[in-house]
Ligand binder design. Sequence first.
Ligand SMILES: NC(=O)c1ccc[n+]([C@@H]2O[C@H](COP(=O)([O-])OP(=O)(O)OC[C@H]3O[C@@H](n4cnc5c(N)ncnc54)[C@H](O)[C@@H]3O)[C@@H](O)[C@H]2O)c1
Length: 324
Amino acid sequence: MSDVSLELINTEATVAGLPYGALVDALQSGFAAGCTVPVRHHHHIQKRSEPDATLLLMPAWSKAEDQDQFLGVKLVTVVPGNKARGLPGLTSTYILYDGVTGQQLALMDGNVITSRRTVATSALAARYLARDDAKSLLVIGSGRVASQIPDAYRAVRAIEKVLVWDIIPEGAEKLVRSLNDRGIVSEVVTDLEQAVGKADIISAATLATSPIITGAWVRKGTHIDLIGGFTPKMREADDATLKAARAFVDTREALREAGDLVQPIQSGVVAEEHVLGTLADLANRNVNGRTTTDEITYFKAVGSGLADLVAARMVYQQMRAERQ
Ligand SMILES: NC(=O)c1ccc[n+]([C@@H]2O[C@H](COP(=O)([O-])OP(=O)(O)OC[C@H]3O[C@@H](n4cnc5c(N)ncnc54)[C@H](O)[C@@H]3O)[C@@H](O)[C@H]2O)c1
């Protein structure tokens, strides 16, 4: 019998284990150090009277030379037919193992891991790319990920005002109510062009398939963060936005997966070299992030197993520390 017990860490405990300030710092160290992240596995699951489903497996493990050894896998089920059942289409579970022995350590809420590591990854990028004096944040979208954006950004910049726009206005209203209730000054915007033109930071987490952000609207000095599009057909910003900006990605996978990069590169609007570096390059200072207050910066993320592993080990280590 194993002498290592499997901890079951519920949603509340997973949230409690991932405060944004500490998570952004842990991601900074994690991206600088790197880990092994194989290409994610997609398994197609045929369904009879509803759209087909997918099982995604996202493994990652520590490098052989790392002092602390962990291995983790995120399992994600994507069931589009759940919409008709009134259930979320996506369910994630994270399993953390001891990287030396392979023994199971913890099972935790993968949905929380995903949304918190995603916005914390964007906040980390903003640490290098947003103006130091950035005060206003425009959030585009109001779903599971977008609703976490203000909290993550407040860990890296002194955000004084949050503007929220969503294609479904009720979604934006609900998010603004909950932000104001928590003392975060925020308001719904209906004129997206005007809001894009006055925000210091714009962060989008939507399912948009055509551009919502138009380059001509973006003023100098703005930082743009695109979280949503994860297939070559999805877009959140137009070609002009990318062309005008110093562009960075979370990992180079983004160049193959994200329509916001795949499409303008394929059509020759920009060359692949227009993307100046990854989050690992920024964290290791191999490349300069923002160099002037006037330039427009751009970060496109598609998500990484590295960030999942960093977050999962943080939850686990904090839980163990609390017990001692
Ligand atoms: N980069 C990453 O690491 C990462 C991680 C998790 C999720 N995501 C992506 O972020 C996006 C949002 O995920 P979520 O879990 O918050 O989803 P969600 O369903 O909770 O929210 C989706 C949001 O997009 C809006 N939206 C839907 N269709 C739109 C359209 N055509 N135009 C503009 N807005 C539209 C909705 O109103 C809602 O506000 C998804 O594309 C998801 O794949 C990225």
